[in-house]
Design a protein around this ligand. Structure first.
Ligand SMILES: O=C(O)c1ccccc1NCC(=O)[C@H](O)[C@H](O)COP(=O)(O)O
Length: 198
């Protein structure tokens, strides 16, 4: 089970996530988010990451030029893309990407292409709100290319046993009481529980 810790805004949280065993760290390039980070500040963190940890950049309804520029400036390795209006020409992206599906009902999970998706609960603010998805919507689906997000915590990860998700993603579930600042113990507990999912 791959684990992404999202909403990294400082080096200490990045190190805590890496030391706990996270596979990927998420950096939010959406200015309205309390977890927004300047690309050059993200770069300072990303340059200090050890090998085999992926830096993921989050983009909300941006164009290809903006995404390419920010990925270059920050050294992001994977762009996580919300493209509500389907305006992006993905062929023009210079960085590897993963699309986000913001799920409001079971129907949103049907007729998808054979590619990896980050599947998140629909929230007006676009993410990081701790809202969960109904797991029964995934019961008859092949989840092997889904990274599940939305309201996950170390206490509810056991519920994912048997679904076969590729990975999990968390932001508010490992935060302290300050948005944008993580809690080391919550990260440790989350990664440990994620590694126990069968
Ligand atoms: O986290 C944010 O502030 C954010 C803002 C705008 C777009 C996306 C954002 N986060 C996306 C993520 O991948 C979160 O990890 C995901 O929504 C899960 O969040 P949570 O329910 O808090 O674990």
């Amino acid at each position: 089970m791959r684990v992404k810790i999202c909403g990294i805004t400082n080096l200490q949280d990045a190190y805590d996530a890496v030391n706990a065993g996270a596979d990927a760290l998420g950096f939010v390039f959406y200015k309205n988010s309390p977890r927004y980070i300047e690309p050059l500040k993200a770069k300072e963190i990303i340059e200090k990451l050890p090998p085999f940890v992926q830096a993921v950049g989050l983009f909300v309804n941006e164009n290809e030029n903006f995404i390419n520029e920010v990925c270059k400036d920050s050294k992001i390795q994977l762009a996580q893309i919300i493209d509500d209006y389907e305006l992006i020409n993905f062929d023009l992206l210079k960085t590897k990407y993963i699309k986000v599906i913001r799920v409001q009902n079971k129907k949103d999970l049907q007729n998808l292409n054979n590619e990896f998706y980050l599947v998140d609960a629909f929230v007006e603010s676009f993410g990081g709100e701790g809202k969960r998805l109904a797991l029964e919507w995934f019961e008859s689906l092949d989840c092997s290319k889904f990274i599940l997000a939305g309201g996950l915590t170390s206490n509810n990860l056991k519920e994912l046993n048997g679904f076969g998700f590729y990975g999990v993603d968390v932001s508010s579930g490992v935060e302290s009481n300050i948005k944008g600042k993580k809690d080391r113990q919550k990260i440790v507990d989350f990664v440990k529980e994620a590694n126990e999912i069968k």
